[in-house]
Ligand binder design. Structure first.
Ligand code: C2O
Ligand code: CU
Ligand code: CU
Length: 495
């Protein structure tokens, strides 16, 4: 190569890096082919519960600090529930009356939010239900929603990224008869497997680095699946159901198998789709879940990876992780496999919400880490919703960077994305969606039950640093004609 050519190549490379938004010293992360997959995938235990004479099931959870060893030789200060990292999986049937007694053994206040759950605002575990160090909080409610993969995590105002980033998160599985009647794998940890994905970066002392990060927030270079680095799962069945949860603060993943085989997407955030959707990849932004079925042949090894993330926009999202590639999880099939289920032709019909039933329409514009030009103010109620009503929420990301949108209490359906019907993977029940740059989403939701004029639910960007910076608003659900009872409601407006 001549000197002139070499200079030209260097210049073009630098220019390309500039255009893709990657500075020259932060090339995309690429762990494909470098992960050893030497450690069995940890499976969080199922939380124990005690049922009293009234039929109420109590689960005890303790939020605590601890130390974790993710790789040999290093110790990381972490936090979790009933252990040093993550928490047990809570499993409940639709109709169960659950009570969860949370003890805060941390030395700072926390909250525990049941992400995706339809429940009373006072049980929601958002910023208005703080638990001081040493205190207990014991919300209870009756689980009444379709079978699905939910999760729980702290939600203290301004501290969510810090606490979730140290490991505080767990899965919450709802089961019900309609789901149980389908020939789906459902033996927890055997053919029905939690896959909680987080990205971290270790500093020189083995701790989690919390600095850095571009617009979306901190992005790691090492993946943990259920707290396991380089996880390998030994499958003993011909179909495995993976419950994918993106519990990362900022990173978006696009999960696919390394040989490009189809996954059968059977459920999104709030439950089953009408029918499995065969797809090569499933993209999840922070807080989103998906259930996929993977078919395996005896004796084979396949790897789940993440690459090809589509954050939209003008190509400047390389610095937000769009160009990164990861090895995620190795699936090793035994030499003989049991039959665990099939990929059914249909699942459970999703009851469609109809925009003709909507009695209110609202608009939310995300811009400058604000929603509708305001930062979250715990003393301001932004929206007042009438219990029992159906509403259309028009959500716009007004920026060249990605954001996301999560609504507490309800599962919603997407009416349109950029004016078009949603793709199959966004056509089911959702509570969190990625908002692509400069894009409009039309969502429909019904606010059944649990009027409370005093205690709000949240809606927010689920990129945790944005949420902590106040990209969040509050709504109350009230009886028809009621006013919110929260003081200082300047800026509040009804439907
Ligand atoms: Cu997953 Cu308001 O949270
Ligand atoms: Cu939530
Ligand atoms: Cu955001």
């Amino acid at each position: 190569m001549s000197r002139t050519t070499a200079i030209l190549v260097i210049t073009l490379t630098a220019l390309a890096a500039l255009l893709s938004g990657c500075s020259a010293n932060t090339p995309p992360v690429d762990t494909v082919g470098t992960v050893a997959f030497a450690t069995p995938l940890k499976i969080p235990p199922i939380a124990e519960s005690v049922t009293d004479a009234t039929g109420r099931r109590t689960v005890d959870l303790t939020a605590e600090e601890g130390e974790s060893r993710f790789t040999t030789g290093t110790t990381t200060e972490t936090a979790g529930f009933d252990g040093p990292y993550l928490g047990p999986t809570i499993v409940a049937d639709r109709g169960d009356h659950v009570r969860i007694r949370v003890h805060n053994a941390l030395d700072e206040p926390t909250t525990v939010h049941w992400h995706g759950m339809h429940l009373p605002a006072k049980a929601d575990g958002g910023p208005h239900q703080p638990i001081d160090p040493g205190d207990d909080w014991a919300p209870e409610w009756t689980v009444d929603q379709p079978a699905g993969t939910l999760w729980y995590h702290p939600h203290p105002h301004g501290e969510t990224a810090h606490q979730v980033g140290r490991g505080m998160a767990g899965m919450f599985i709802v089961r019900e008869e309609a789901e149980a009647a389908l020939p789906l794998p459902r033996e927890y940890g055997v053919d029905d497997v939690p896959v909680i994905v987080q990205d971290v970066r270790f500093d020189d002392d083995g701790g989690f680095a919390t600095d850095g990060g571009d617009y979306v927030g901190p992005l790691g270079d090492t993946l943990l699946v259920n707290g396991t680095v380089g996880p390998r799962f030994e499958a003993t069945t011909d179909v495995v159901r993976l419950r994918l949860l993106n519990a990362s603060p900022a990173r978006v993943y696009r999960f696919a198998l390394d040989d490009g085989r189809d996954l059968a997407l059977v459920a999104t955030d709030g439950g089953l789709l009408d029918a499995p959707f065969a797809t090569r990849s499933v993209q999840l932004s922070p807080g989103e879940r998906a259930e996929v079925l993977v078919r395996l042949a005896a004796g084979e090894t396949v790897r789940m990876q993440s690459h090809g993330v589509d954050l939209g926009g003008d190509g400047s999202n390389g610095s937000n992780g769009a160009a990164d590639r990861f090895d995620v999880l190795e699936l090793v099939a035994s030499d003989t496999l049991r039959t665990a289920g099939t990929v059914p032709a249909t699942l459970v019909p999703v009851q469609r919400l109809d925009d003709l039933d909507a009695t209110a329409e609202r608009r939310f514009v995300l811009d400058g880490k604000q929603i509708n030009q305001q930062k979250m103010d715990p003393s301001r109620i932004d929206e007042v919703v009438t219990v029992g009503s159906t509403e259309v929420w028009n959500v716009r990301n007004n920026m060249a960077q990605p954001h996301s949108f999560h609504v507490h209490d309800v599962q919603f359906q997407m009416l349109t994305v950029e004016g078009a019907p949603p793709p199959p993977e966004l056509a089911g029940w959702k509570d969190t969606i990625l908002l692509r740059p400069n894009s409009d989403y039309r969502l429909i939701m019904r606010f059944d039950d649990y009027a409370d004029p005093e205690i709000p639910y949240m809606y927010h960007c689920h990129l945790l640093v944005h949420e902590d910076e106040g990209m969040m608003g509050q709504f109350v659900v009230v009886e028809s004609g009621d006013e919110p009872a929260v003081p200082d409601r300047h800026g509040g407006h009804g439907g």
